[in-house]
Design a protein around this ligand. Structure first.
Ligand code: GAR
Length: 189
């Protein structure tokens, strides 16, 4: 049984899509979810999906080895950041080389880095009159959005598109590709 551990901060549409994609698979399980916001909707989804979870805070995440120890106990085959907005602690990054991936809602290296997440990305894309945006799935290192890129897919941005329109297109790309990329990475291990 391959184990996937998820990290999320918000709504959790990606968590839901990943969990549903693998729901009928006996070889892959969503073992655990870590969330840094106690009122995030992703927790409701985790409850409905039957994924065990815990809520982390800055102190437990950065000043103690609690999450690291939990990960060591689970021994995940893949750690997936699905809308998780905190930097991974060095101890965790170093202990799971090539096993932590993130999805970013832009074509990195454009529109990456601290503060560039979720709607901020789409607003910047529209403001700069980009004609293309997309998603990047990449390995996680100690810097925001800088690890090696595993996969990218793009979509058109029309002159009349709002940030919400771009967000909708990006969510479709995420739904189509993220679970499949996770599946491929687990198969390749
Ligand atoms: C997703 O669009 C994801 O790409 C983005 O947050 C959204 C989370 O949506 N991630 C980042 O911006 C990371 N820098 P969700 O909670 O509905 O899955």
């Amino acid at each position: 049984m391959k184990k996937v551990v998820l990290f999320a901060s918000g709504n959790g549409t990606n968590v839901q899509q990943i969990a549903e994609y693998f729901a009928c698979r006996k070889d892959i399980e969503m073992s655990y979810l870590f969330c840094n916001k106690k009122d995030a909707y992703v927790l409701k989804r985790a409850e409905n999906l039957g994924i065990p979870f815990s809520i982390i805070n800055r102190h437990s995440f950065y000043d103690t080895s609690e999450v690291y120890a939990q990960l060591q106990a689970i021994q995940p085959d893949l750690i997936v950041l699905a809308g998780f907005l905190w930097l991974m602690p060095t101890e965790i990054v170093r202990s799971f080389p090539k096993k932590i991936i993130n999805i970013h809602p832009a074509l990195l290296p454009k529109y990456g880095g601290k503060g560039m997440y979720g709607h901020h990305v789409h607003e910047a894309v529209v403001k700069n009159k980009e004609s293309v945006s997309g998603i990047s799935i990449h390995y996680v290192n100690e810097h925001y959005d800088e690890g090696d890129i595993i996969f990218q897919a793009s979509c058109q941005v029309l002159p009349q598109d709002t940030a919400d329109d771009v967000a909708a297109k990006i969510h479709l790309l995420e739904k189509e590709h993220f679970p499949k990329v996770i599946d491929r990475l687990l198969k390749e291990q």
